[in-house]
Design a protein around this ligand. Structure first.
Ligand code: BES
Ligand code: MN
Ligand code: ZN
Length: 497
């Protein structure tokens, strides 16, 4: 989907669908007077009748007679005092999803100025494009014969006032880049395990490196052995698919230390010998969502070229049972040097991440953020709403949390207190990879912390937020690309943009 910005009276916008976002209220905003007058007062009737109240996600479709737009979609932003870039993004997503359902290939989108609640023109531009791309997204690549062929929503045009064109356009540019990253991430997430293998992820990383000039390093099984990545190799040894360790470098910040983003890239997690139940096991193709978020962020970074050094690190493997798979009770030596007793082969994410956390020390990173579908326990704790956030540095934790607020990808902290460390005490090795039943997400976080040395670090557990099985008004069921917006906000802030 492409995007653009235009300035025109709403009644004059030639489009199959003009979506207008409004806050809750019983009066027609002055900014809609022209559209209402030109369209036979259908807008006023929808609002004053109370049929359209402006509640969050609410929509009313109108067919104006006389105005240029063929259809007008009123979209609710919710309570006037609660309008934010997040509600605007969501309204744009609702509008675009509706556009797709209607079968129109483009839409125009405007936010009634009265409803903005102080959100800047730039943020409106960015959030609207992010949302529209999110709502318009659909995955049909693997259907030989689509049930209901629908045209793509190819374009969104943001309609604003003339004096705000420049600011809206600045935001729209950022939104466009984030939308591209989002698309790549969701696409990779959606691909099944037989297509999206570790070497496939490495291929996509190579395409990004070629396109945007990133430095790329890919380690194969032999190189991983030389490097001593015993924990990653232990997970990989049960699979016929070769593991890959992928490192992308964006050099925008001269000699400054980089921000490192580490994404869990388990392209399918069966659990290994500690095999998972069959029910919903197919969802474990999404276990590379962290890796996909890192690659998507690099698409965005490639487009925006922020003046900061960014490192993307992806340990990638399948987790399968077989005659040569790692077994419960096995002890392996990690890259860091600590030995690990593998109690549960299904706690594989932490095993591949710990070698990556150890590897990045050589870059002397300014900050390290790992992102992983790590624990079912985080779904129990926070549901599908918040990312579980842990780390070793309060300032970085707050910085990541604030980026998440701006991005509409909210993080909620879980404590890594010393008392929890005992969960991972092993009788035979330095540490074991799984604790008891309690505090599962914290145990995962603490395991990772055992391999963090010399840098501020945050761990994001996205097991609850990476994908959803509920179709929403703003997005299709399936992958969410969580992380891309948060990382981009984080990076742009660090770049001073
Ligand atoms: N990939 C899973 C976590 C997961 C669960 C992601 C549900 C998305 C939805 C992870 O590798 C895993 O299996 N974790 C175990 C850890 C346990 C064995 C300590 C879990 O959460 O049960
Ligand atoms: Mn697992
Ligand atoms: Zn997993």
């Amino acid at each position: 989907m492409t995007s653009g910005v235009a300035s025109a009276p709403l009644s004059q916008v030639e489009t199959p669908l003009l979506a207008v976002a409004l806050a809750q209220g019983s009066a027609v905003p002055a900014s809609l007077a022209d559209l209402d007058r030109a369209s036979g007062a259908v807008v006023a009737r929808a609002i004053t009748s109370g049929d359209f109240k402006g509640k969050r996600d609410e929509t009313t479709l109108l067919y104006p007679s006389g105005a240029k737009p063929e259809r007008v979609l009123l979209v609710g932003l919710g309570k006037p005092g609660e309008v934010s870039r997040n509600t605007i993004r969501r309204a744009a997503a609702v509008a675009a999803k509706r556009a797709r359902a209607l079968g129109v290939n483009q839409l125009a989108f405007a936010v009634a100025p009265e409803a903005r609640n102080g959100v800047s023109a730039r943020d409106v531009g960015q959030a609207a494009v992010e949302g529209a791309a999110q709502g318009a997204w659909a995955f049909t690549d693997l259907k030989a014969s689509p049930d209901e062929p629908k045209p793509e929503v190819e374009r969104v045009t943001l309609v604003c006032e003339q004096q705000e064109m420049k600011e809206v356009t600045a935001g729209q540019r950022v939104g466009d880049a984030i939308a591209a990253g989002h698309r790549l991430t969701r696409h990779l997430q959606m691909l099944p395990g037989n297509v999206c293998t570790p070497s496939y992820l490495a291929e996509r990383a190579k395409q990004l490196a070629d396109q945007y000039g990133f430095t790329l390093t890919v380690l194969d099984r032999a190189k991983l052995e030389q490097e001593g990545m015993g924990a990653l190799l232990a997970v990989a040894q049960g699979s016929d698919q070769e593991p890959r360790f992928i490192v992308l470098e964006h050099r925008g910040g001269g000699g400054a230390p980089p921000v490192a983003l580490i994404g869990k890239g388990v392209t399918f997690d069966s659990g290994g010998i500690s095999i998972k139940p069959a029910q919903n096991m197919e969802d474990m193709k999404f276990d590379m969502s962290g890796a996909a978020a890192v690659l998507g962020t690099f698409e965005t970074v490639g487009l925006l070229q922020p003046k900061v050094n960014v490192l993307g690190v992806i340990p990638s493997t399948e987790n399968l049972p077989s005659g040569h798979a790692v077994k419960p009770g096995d002890v392996v030596k990690s890259h860091f040097g600590k030995t690990i007793e593998i109690i549960n082969t299904d706690a594989e994410g932490r095993l591949i991440l710990c070698d990556a956390l150890s590897y990045v020390r050589r870059f002397k990173p300014a900050a390290v953020i790992d992102i992983a579908t790590l624990t079912g326990a985080v779904v129990v704790a926070l549901g599908q709403v918040a990312i579980g956030e842990m780390g070793n540095d309060e300032a970085l934790l707050a910085e990541v949390r604030e980026a998440g607020e701006r991005a509409g990808e909210r993080c909620w902290p879980l404590p890594l207190w010393d008392e929890y460390r005992d969960l991972l005490k092993s009788d035979i090795a330095d540490v074991k990879n799984s604790g008891g039943r309690g505090a599962g997400s914290i145990a995962g976080g603490w395991f990772l912390r055992e391999f963090v040395e010399g840098y501020p670090w945050v761990h994001l557990d996205i097991a609850g937020t990476a994908y959803t099985d509920a179709e929403g008004p703003h997005q299709a069921k399936g992958p969410t690309a969580v992380g891309v917006r948060l990382f981009t906000e984080f990076i742009l802030k660090r770049a001073g943009a």
